[in-house]
Ligand binder design. Structure first.
Ligand code: ADP
Length: 364
């Protein structure tokens, strides 16, 4: 199976809009890669350039070491699944699945075998005689997946394939798409704006913003080692806590209200490097905090005044203020807390990150 390589790929639309800047990305054989980022960051443009549906303005796109910039979509061995299912409404599910094989001149016996095999994997056998409009959104999306799978393409591209489904269907399809990927082993490039989809499905995630790649990494790498403030804030829910300030004589002083946060025993070399930055943002995740106070070394004790809480069943998010800084603490649903009263919690030092407030890059 081929490796896909973007080398300094740029996209400038006819109106002059520079949608993708110097994109460098190597997608390994069989990998499940997810491009994620807010709306307008260039994800679909990147996918469409890979599919051949959009021209490449600069740089090279290689599939199996061959430059494919000028190849037509159907010459690239790629199958694409879109957000809208794009099924043929007048054809039955069977005929929708069979369509591309018929076009390729495959005989009806072989088509029938293939349709059966695919519909078995996707559990849509009983819908084969139906027209698409007699199916739910989730069922239609499964047929759309089936139509891509039946072509046995070496590369699958998926653009927000789950965004028209309801929450439960989305969760189910996430697993199904991963299972199918494990069966086919086909390289898959998937676009979504949903970081949870990215975290749960991808082998590696490419985080994009304003046409630039921010970071490429496994879900774990992005979660534990974000390289900048954007990635740190984009991955994780609720968002990472951020407190703006600076470090002076080993003490973090918040910019908003001069709250002093002492960090005794914190990695001195790192703190010295942080102190060379005029202003930094301290970050730690709501779920890295534990309830109460600790005497243990290498933990930061904090206290916030509780404002509001959010009960999610398995977890409880407690929002509050440390001086003028907003904080959120993610804890178990039985945690006792009272609005307008202080709540103590602590954070391990090794889960505290610092970012330069101007460049927004991590301070290491
Ligand atoms: P995403 O998929 O991340 O939401 P897109 O790749 O669709 O983003 O778009 C990236 C940027 O390029 C957006 O600002 C969008 O408005 C712009 N754009 C997309 N298509 C065109 C086009 N045909 N002409 C001009 N600008 C476009």
């Amino acid at each position: 199976m081929p490796e896909i390589k973007f080398e300094n790929v740029n996209k400038i639309y006819e109106n002059g809009y520079h949608a993708v800047h110097d994109l460098n990305l190597t997608i390994k054989d069989g990998e499940f890669i997810i491009l994620v980022g807010p709306s307008g960051c260039g994800k679909s443009t990147t996918l469409r350039m890979l599919a051949g549906l959009e021209s490449i303005s600069g740089g090279e796109l290689k599939i199996a070491n061959k430059v494919v910039n000028a190849l037509k979509p159907k010459e690239r061995g790629i199958a694409m699944v879109f957000q809208s299912y794009a099924l043929y409404p007048t054809m039955t599910v069977y005929d929708n699945l069979a369509f591309s094989l018929r076009l390729a001149g495959v005989d009806e016996d072989t088509i029938s075998k293939n349709v059966k095999a695919i519909s078995n994997v996707l559990e849509i056998e009983k819908y084969l005689p139906r027209k698409p409009k007699a199916l739910s959104g989730g069922q239609q999306q499964r047929v759309a997946l089936g139509r891509a799978l039946i072509r046995k393409a070496k590369v699958f591209l998926m653009d927000e394939p789950l965004s028209n489904l309801d929450a439960l269907q989305r969760v189910n399809m996430r697993t199904e798409i991963r299972v199918i990927h494990n069966i086919t082993g086909a390289t898959t490039v998937y676009v979504t704006h949903d970081q949870i989809e990215a975290m749960t499905m991808a082998d590696r995630i490419v985080v994009m913003k304003d046409g630039y790649i921010q970071q490429i990494g496994t879900p774990k790498e992005l979660y534990f080692h974000p390289t900048n403030l954007f990635v740190a804030g984009f991955i994780g829910d609720p968002q990472m806590n951020f407190i703006k300030g600076h470090v002076e004589d080993g003490v973090f002083i918040s910019s908003k209200d001069k709250t002093m946060i002492k960090l005794p025993g914190f990695d001195k070399a790192l703190l010295d490097r942080v102190a060379t930055h005029k202003e930094v943002i301290m970050g730690f995740r709501p779920e890295s905090c534990a309830l109460g106070k600790t005497e243990q070394k290498n933990f930061l004790n904090l206290s916030m005044i509780v404002e509001v809480s959010e009960m999610l069943g398995d977890t409880l998010n407690i929002y509050g203020k440390l001086g003028e800084n907003d904080l959120v603490f993610r804890t178990n649903p039985f945690t006792k807390h009272t609005v307008n009263k202080p709540l103590d919690f602590y954070v391990p030092y090794d889960r505290i990150l610092f970012f330069d407030s101007t460049s927004e890059n991590i301070v290491e």
